[in-house]
Design a binder for this molecule. Structure first.
Ligand SMILES: [Zn+2]
Ligand SMILES: [Zn+2]
Length: 424
């Protein structure tokens, strides 16, 4: 087995011919640009693009294949310029009982992606744009994806805006049958949650946790990512890792400290106060009296851990803070039970402040560091303290090394505003 780094939630702003794909994403973010950034600057081995089912992106993908810049792999997925492996997927929005929820769907082949793209056009008003609202339920969508041998999983599961738990349901059993749940191998944590927080909710042991960037611009790619152990990089191996089969696994999650996430704590939509009292707290606002706050991920998770009871029947009990319910053994997807023995541990979740969050790391400093170390993965994982000190100059090196040692102070995020760090 070998270690591969992957980020499986990257958006595109435009097609190669300039048509909008995701309005809120950067204009320079085309398929080829995202793949180049992932490979050359970030140093990733795998990238999941979640707007690949939009017809203009599909056309770009076909163009790259024709020009020999992409190659379809026999194990599924596409290889870019002989290196990075690209997994083609879609972010979809379904209608759940209480509100809309976002999911990611990935497909092994160009043929399956084309078939899904055609089906998607039945459910959405404008299939050329990404993450459009689908007039269907998640369980129907799951069946469609699985029929195409795809992988289907909840995106940013706990965020107040369109996370399955954040907005859609109190319990996965409200959206899926046990048999369907057995076919959902993973769940994306989102920027405001980590493994310890998510495992406060009982019954999630069967889901492998993914930490992805949800990047809407090039620099944001790999602000969260995963280390995977695979025999080689392709779709089939990746799916096996999510299902924890035959030694393939997610070996570590790298992500923001949840306190930095935009929706970590409840926050006032009127006066923007971010709550600092114990979670769960949803209002009223201590400053202006607004009755209802935008729920924070921490507050929502604490509420579900204490008062949500639906999941108990899956897991047989509650887990104390930080205790991992389960880990890396194979999921028997043929059985109706998707829960794992509680003795196995989750992979570590390694808190990492993305370089752009660090005071003093502007575009110029970043370029200087990249000139030195090649990629961000090299700087973060492979460079020695001495090499960083030599390359960065005393002031920046102090910040980078403090980050490495975790000597950093936090200011909570909430209500759509990121948290901040200060070097102590
Ligand atoms: Zn997204
Ligand atoms: Zn207020």
């Amino acid at each position: 087995m070998q270690t591969y780094y992957g980020d499986f939630h990257v958006h595109l702003g435009r097609s190669a011919d300039g048509r909008p794909i995701k309005i809120t994403a950067a204009k320079g973010l085309t398929l080829a640009a995202a793949l180049r950034e992932g490979q050359q600057r970030k140093g990733l081995d795998l990238v999941g693009i979640v707007d690949a089912a939009c017809p203009p992106v599909l056309a770009d993908l076909e163009g790259l294949l024709q020009r020999g810049e992409l190659e379809e792999l026999s194990g599924g997925g596409f290889r870019f310029h002989g290196g990075l492996v690209f997994l083609a997927g879609a972010e979809v929005e379904t209608e759940e009982q209480r509100g809309p929820a976002h999911f990611l769907a990935f497909f092994p082949t160009l043929e399956a992606l084309r078939a899904f793209s055609r089906r998607l056009s039945r459910w959405v008003t404008n299939p050329n744009l990404s993450s459009q609202h689908c007039r269907c339920r998640a369980d129907d969508m799951l069946e469609e994806v699985v029929a195409l041998e795809g992988i289907f999983l909840p995106a940013h599961a706990f965020t107040p805006h369109k996370g399955l738990f954040g907005q859609g349901v109190d319990d996965v059993a409200e959206a899926f049958t046990d048999r369907q749940l057995a076919r959902i191998p993973a769940m994306e944590l989102g920027l405001s949650a980590d493994t310890a927080l998510a495992d406060r909710i009982p019954g999630l042991g069967g889901f492998t946790f993914l930490s992805n960037s949800d990047a809407h611009s090039l620099p944001k790619i790999a602000r969260e990512y995963n280390a995977l152990e695979l025999a080689e990089a392709n779709f089939r191996e990746w799916a096996m890792a999510l299902r924890r089969q035959e030694g393939r696994r997610v070996a570590a999650n790298y992500g923001l400290d949840p306190r930095l996430g935009k929706y970590h704590r409840s926050a006032c939509p009127v006066c923007e106060l971010i709550v600092d009292r114990p979670a769960p707290y949803f209002g009223p606002c201590a400053r202006c009296g607004a009755p209802q706050l935008t729920p924070g991920v921490l507050d929502r998770i604490e509420w579900l851990a204490r008062y949500g009871n639906g999941s108990m029947r899956h897991s047989g009990g509650c887990f104390p803070a930080g205790a991992a319910p389960s880990g890396n053994t194979a999921v028997d997807t043929s059985s109706d039970s998707y829960f794992l023995p509680s003795s196995v541990q989750r992979p570590p979740y390694i808190h990492q402040v993305p370089l752009e969050f660090l005071p003093g790391v502007g575009p110029k400093a970043m370029q200087k560091l990249l000139d030195c170390f090649g990629t961000e993965m090299n700087l973060l994982h492979r460079a020695t303290d001495e090499e960083i000190a030599a390359a960065a100059g005393p002031k920046l090196a102090k910040t980078l090394l403090a980050h490495r040692r975790g000597e950093i102070a936090w200011i909570d995020g909430g209500g759509g505003r990121f948290g901040r760090v200060e070097v102590r």
